[in-house]
Design a protein around this ligand. Structure first.
Ligand SMILES: [Zn+2]
Length: 307
């Protein structure tokens, strides 16, 4: 079975300035490693198409979309919060990022791919129903999950997020939708400090103290995520694949490495095999050391592609 690799070169045009960590270099580094190792040749490479306004509004207020459209500058950058900025190409890239996840979902649900990885930016998991934040404008993974739930035979989905930051946006969008299980591991206390303590049966928040070793992460997956997945039995699993909990990542203070990403992907694969017809759509979120990011994505994809 095939692993689809979905991206678009215009995702590189979103540029928040030369010193911003969420830079086009991230996607270039991933491509370089996947090409050099030959892994790219073993995947079905597809080009993202932009999400429509209706598709964006599966997870966002119409007003959210309108406000962003009004803010796009003709040149330079305009900040939507202290660390998130729009350049003239940002929203086009954001539509491609969300559309890439919809394409991935369609490929997996139609059986044309067993699973898919979306190498897209801007990332999405901090974007709430009516709020852009934390480098995110549209919640790509949430839009894909909402799209999946509209398809015949898809009644329950799971979104699994191992980015070092808590997925406040994904929780905001799904907190009152019990058909969506959201599991998150994240450094705590740490940005963004929203929805970390929410109490809902479909939200599994696993805070991890800074400087914890990888056994704490693995224990959270084994003791919290896996039992929740066993109970939820999702028809398809989405992954918010952020790699900024890597020990070499400059942004945060957890101590994972490539082998932890390989391990967690294996755990998710086993669950998908058991409950979800092997269907997985993985979506890039954070990861700000280009080298650590690229090697982590390689480990993640080696498992997804069955290497
Ligand atoms: Zn992050």
């Amino acid at each position: 079975m095939t692993t689809a690799y979905i991206t678009h070169e215009d995702c590189l045009l979103h540029n928040m300035g030369p010193d911003h960590p969420e830079s086009p270099v991230r996607l270039q580094a991933i491509r370089k490693v996947l090409e050099r190792t030959g892994l790219m040749d073993h995947m079905d490479q597809l080009t993202a198409v932009p999400a429509s306004a209706e598709q964006i509004q599966l997870a966002h207020a119409k007003l959210h979309q309108k406000k962003l459209e009004m803010k796009v500058p003709r040149e330079g950058v305009v900040y939507t919060d202290e660390d998130t900025a729009l350049c003239p190409h940002s929203l086009d890239a954001a539509h491609l990022a969300a559309g890439g996840v919809i394409l991935a979902t369609n490929r997996v649900l139609s059986g044309k791919a067993q699973n898919a990885f979306c190498a897209v930016r801007p990332p999405g998991h901090h974007a709430e129903y009516n709020l852009p934040m934390g480098f995110c404008f549209y919640n790509n993974v949430a839009i894909g999950a909402c799209h999946a739930l509209l398809q015949e035979g898809i009644e329950r989905v799971a979104v699994l997020d191992f980015d070092v930051h808590h997925c406040n946006g994904t929780v905001d969008i799904f907190k009152d939708r019990p058909e969506v299980l959201v599991c998150s591991t994240f450094q705590y206390p740490y940005y963004p400090e929203r929805y970390c303590e929410i109490d809902r049966p479909n939200i599994v928040n696993c805070p991890i103290a800074a400087h914890s070793d990888n056994s704490v992460f693995r224990k959270a997956i084994e003791e919290r995520w896996l039992p929740a997945l066993e109970a939820h039995k999702p028809d398809i699993i989405f992954i918010s694949a952020g790699f900024d909990a890597h020990k070499e990542d400059p942004m945060a203070d957890l101590n994972l490495d490539e082998e932890d990403y390989r391990w967690v992907t294996q755990q998710i694969m086993q669950m998908a095999e058991k409950h979800s017809h092997k269907r997985i759509v993985s979506v890039l979120e954070g990861g700000y050391s280009p080298v650590a990011l690229a090697f982590s994505v390689q480990a993640h994809l080696e498992v997804l592609a069955g290497f």
